[in-house]
Design a protein around this ligand. Structure first.
Ligand SMILES: *[C@@H]1O[C@H](CO)[C@@H](O)[C@H](O)[C@H]1NC(C)=O
Length: 368
């Protein structure tokens, strides 16, 4: 019961690779079959898809690109705007469909450390405003599944993301340099972060997210570059983590940076066997390269954790390792109930952190 519907107008380009789109019959405006696409999963459908895009892009009215049920093989491709219609600028919806990145061969190649192709993100939106992505499934992306970069006002809902937990760098949804992104009712099982949030993200709302396996919902890694814009006003609410490496994570390189993290709200979060349910790590420096004995310049403040409960698979259920040069401040803990496995006592670690607490705090509050 799915179709892909692309409604214009926009300044968008997104890249797909090996796309398998399933659709049923419905309102047809530009049917890719009429542009020579074959739904047999064998012929290269890249050019027909591009032609359909160009035709739709020339239309003066709202246009739909319709992809009937079938399997279409698509190489890396960019659909570019702006389109002709000047009245409704920047509106695009992608409805239904499945993207299959066929990542297994690529992951194997990387594991063997061979000379591998660069790999592909399954779908990327750059410089697009007023976007809706609904009912999309992404399978086995080679790299990140869905990237939202430099966009404004994006709604992601009822999306499913699936890849094995051993697949490297397959972040589920990556948001950066974007304002007003909503991610709702989305389930993510993957090999890297379920959702990763990069610099210059503002007003991000996430609710009803199911994450795991995966590396959690991560703000960061920040401070990769010295000149970085901050992350602000991010909410994650009514969500469940199951068997993920992390739950709520904020991560920054141990390097100087102009960046910051502020006004972050985590609320009503269930942790089921999560390795690190709550973690701030400002000492990120893999292989000790590029940051020996430095402290992170990222200033973290006003982070609220409210009603976070469930189980940790490691004893340290709350781990705040903030920067020695820029201590975390304004951290609020309210009603935290995390145990080590089912009923053992968990621990917390607090380094360079200030804040306050309310309600029940388990593991013992180390903020004081
Ligand atoms: C914070 O983000 C929410 C969306 O999550 C938005 O509705 C709200 O207006 C933003 N607040 C500010 C101060 O920008």
């Amino acid at each position: 019961m799915s179709k892909v519907l692309i409604t214009f107008w926009c300044c968008v380009f997104f890249s797909l690779r090996f796309i398998f789109l399933n659709s049923n019959a419905s309102s047809i405006t530009y049917n890719v079959l009429n542009f020579g696409a074959k739904s047999n999963g064998k012929s290269d459908a890249t050019q027909p898809f591009l032609k359909a895009w160009v035709a739709a892009c020339r239309s003066l009215n709202t246009a739909t690109i319709y992809v009937p049920r079938g399997k279409y093989w698509i190489k890396s491709v960019t659909f570019r705007g702006p389109c002709k219609n000047k009245i409704i600028v920047n509106r695009i919806s992608v409805i239904g469909g499945t993207l299959d990145g066929n990542g297994a061969g690529f992951w194997d190649c990387r594991k063997l450390g061979k000379n591998c192709p660069v790999g592909a993100r399954s779908i990327t939106f750059n410089w697009a405003n007023d976007v809706v992505i609904s009912g999309l499934t992404s399978l086995n992306s080679q790299l990140m599944h869905l990237v939202i970069n430099s966009c404004k006002n994006v709604m992601v809902k009822n999306v499913r993301i699936i890849a094995p937990d051993f697949s490297p760098n397959t972040d589920g949804i990556h948001v950066q340099s974007s304002i007003g992104v909503t991610i709702s009712g989305t389930s993510i099982q993957t090999g890297d972060d379920c959702i990763s949030i990069g610099p210059a993200t503002r007003n991000l709302w996430m609710d009803k997210i199911q994450c795991g396996p995966g590396h959690g919902v991560s703000i960061g890694s920040l401070a990769r570059d010295y000149n970085e814009d901050g992350v602000q006003n991010v909410t994650l609410i009514n969500s469940v983590f199951t068997g993920s490496d992390n739950g709520l994570r904020i991560k920054s390189w141990a390097r100087a940076s102009t960046g910051f993290v502020t006004n972050i709200n985590y609320q009503n979060i269930m942790m089921k066997n999560v390795d690190n349910p709550i973690i701030i790590d400002q000492n990120y420096c893999p292989n000790n390269q590029g940051c020996p004995s430095q402290a992170s310049g990222i200033k973290i403040n006003q982070v609220t954790y409210q009603n976070i409960f469930g189980t940790s698979t490691t004893q340290v259920a709350m781990n705040f390792e903030c920067s020695s040069s820029n201590p975390c401040s304004g951290i609020k803990l309210q009603d935290i109930k995390l145990t080590y496995l089912n009923n053992k006592k968990a621990q917390s670690i607090c380094k360079n952190i200030r804040g306050n607490t309310g309600g029940v705090i388990l593991p013992d509050n180390c903020l004081l």
